[in-house]
Design a protein. Structure first.
Length: 204
């Protein structure tokens, strides 16, 4: 019976570690996507070549994009920019926290990252809901003939779709992180057939 329990525990630990590795991989990918969503200037675009992003815009097709160029429009765009920055910072901090897995207990790191994913989820959800509120700005209306939450003649570009996907990803990663923290394998004593129970072995 003890051997069966040890075998079951070993399988459980292996599956938990595989799940943790998958979680780490998705966390790294989501951080990369967060950066792309933040820096890409084209969230909406017109057929004539004009575009509008979080912090930059161009009403024609003659503009040259500069990554550090900031041309704020409405307060909705500005607040959405701040929220995406917050979500991106949280995602990058998660990457840093993952490096702490070699120094700290797994449960602590997973809980910390799960909460940061939750903050990132709330920030991205708020940004995606708030951004269309700025479509009634005069410059956007001039290019797109748009109004609040109605894009008019313009179309949504891939960074906005990725931002919407990140809302789901960040929430899923937060829930997954909490589950991994709660389901971490506990201390289990090693059993020797000759000497009985040995010192407890902690599976990280």
């Amino acid at each position: 019976m003890e051997k069966i329990s040890l075998g079951y525990h070993a399988v459980y630990v292996r599956n938990w570690r595989v799940s943790g590795a998958i979680w780490v991989l998705f966390a790294l990918c989501s951080a990369v996507l967060q950066v792309l969503v933040l820096v890409h200037p084209t969230w909406i675009e017109s057929d004539e070549g004009g575009y509008f992003g979080l912090y930059d815009y161009c009403p024609t097709d003659t503009c040259t994009w500069k990554i550090f160029q900031v041309q704020p429009l409405s307060w909705s765009f500005q607040l959405a920019s701040v929220l995406v920055i917050v979500a991106t910072i949280c995602s990058l901090l998660i990457v840093v926290a993952i490096l702490l897995l070699v120094l700290l207990r797994d449960r602590f790191v997973f809980l910390l990252c799960a909460w940061m994913h939750m903050f990132s989820f709330m920030a991205m959800l708020s940004a995606c809901l708030l951004y269309p509120n700025g479509w009634d700005h005069p410059r956007v209306r001039e290019t797109c003939d748009s109004k609040k939450y109605d894009l008019g003649l313009c179309r949504i570009r891939w960074p906005y779709y990725v931002a919407l996907e990140l809302v789901v990803v960040q929430l899923s990663m937060s829930i997954f992180g909490f589950v991994l923290a709660c389901k971490q394998p506990s201390v289990f004593p090693e059993v020797s057939p000759s000497y009985g129970i040995l010192a407890p072995h902690i599976h990280k």
